[in-house]
Ligand binder design. Sequence first.
Ligand SMILES: Cc1cc2nc3c(=O)[nH]c(=O)nc-3n(C[C@H](O)[C@H](O)[C@H](O)COP(=O)(O)OP(=O)(O)OC[C@H]3O[C@@H](n4cnc5c(N)ncnc54)[C@H](O)[C@@H]3O)c2cc1C
Length: 195
Amino acid sequence: MKEMKVTLLRITQDAEDLIASAGRVCYASEPKTPDANRKLIGKLRDMGHLSTFEHASATFLIECVSRACTHQLVRHRLASYNQQSQRYVNEQGFEYVTPPTVDKNPEARKVFDEGVENTRRTYKRLMELGVPKEDARFILPNACATKIVVTMNFRELRHFIKLRTGEGAQWEIKKLAQEMLAILKKDAPTAFGDM
Ligand SMILES: Cc1cc2nc3c(=O)[nH]c(=O)nc-3n(C[C@H](O)[C@H](O)[C@H](O)COP(=O)(O)OP(=O)(O)OC[C@H]3O[C@@H](n4cnc5c(N)ncnc54)[C@H](O)[C@@H]3O)c2cc1C
């Protein structure tokens, strides 16, 4: 199984300039220089004037994550998603994500891999029996690897990242949120630099 891969497909051009412009509509007095933009965005962020952050958004392609992870991701409603379909894509020989607790335990790893192999065989057999993909998929595990495109505005990204990098967050979505944050910090350092 390959590693989780997070790719930034698009981000609002001059995102921080746009956020500052929106903020400047509220406080007409700010000068329009990069330094003034940074100060204004920091002020908007710290005072919770986050509707200004909604004007900028980012789109990510996320690959090689489990369906368990994407199920948590899509609970975030203020976002747009497209995910690889198990209705239309043949999942014979599906790739899967192995949790670290299983991976580092040789006996558990063996049991896990055998379980996946059995599931692959069952899926294939169901297909041979004429069951359509959309029904054969009912046997597939949460471990199944998938890919998904997500678009969120900066306000929702901050919310998502805060929740999903927090103490109670599950390891895989935490890793995903951390990778997204690392990318965003490069492209929008003021909007995400405090996280
Ligand atoms: C550590 C952790 C454990 C979790 N465990 C469980 C669990 O056991 N079971 C479970 O079902 N879920 C669980 N969740 C999911 C959680 O309940 C949320 O569904 C998920 O985090 C999405 O966040 P959100 O509700 O803030 O939605 P988002 O879509 O990210 O919404 C952003 C914000 O918009 C506002 N908003 C959006 N929709 C509405 C609305 N309809 N009404 C009012 N305000 C709205 C809220 O302020 C919300 O915070 C868990 C989440 C975390 C982080």
